[in-house]
Ligand binder design. Structure first.
Ligand code: SF4
Length: 121
């Protein structure tokens, strides 16, 4: 049996979680105050994922706004975050950009898209 300590990121309470593992299987989760903590702990030790947020350069904005904020449309595996940032680092898009516009498809070969989270006209 192996014990792993985590802090839940489900809400600002940040409950301290203890996960008991037997090889790759979760035996029990303790320390959570609500079911979201249990679900988070199980996912975090087996297949940790995250939403990624960043910015992408914009050319041609009539308001001289040089970047647009972006995010992944869903969680991607934690070990793909660096590849994801590399994939979008050198991108430049042309204004106008609307919230929800797809900026990059299949980022870092995760099957997940990058979309704009603000309007840039
Ligand atoms: S276990 Fe529930 S109450 Fe505790 S930090 Fe996670 S989401 Fe918040």
């Amino acid at each position: 049996m192996k014990l792993q300590n985590l802090t839940c990121i489900g809400c600002p309470l940040g409950c301290p979680l203890q996960v008991t593992m037997d090889d790759a299987a979760v035996v029990k989760v303790e320390g959570h105050t609500c079911p979201r903590g249990d679900a988070y702990a199980r996912k975090e030790v087996i297949n940790p994922t995250r939403i990624v947020t960043s910015t992408v350069r914009v050319k041609g904005s009539k308001n001289y706004i040089g970047t647009v904020s972006v995010k992944t449309t869903s969680d991607i595996p934690k070990n793909k975050i660096f590849d994801c940032i590399k994939d979008i680092k050198n991108l430049t898009v042309s204004a106008p950009i609307r919230i929800g516009d797809v900026i990059k498809t299949n980022v870092a070969e995760t099957g997940v898209n990058i979309v704009a989270t603000k309007n840039v006209l």
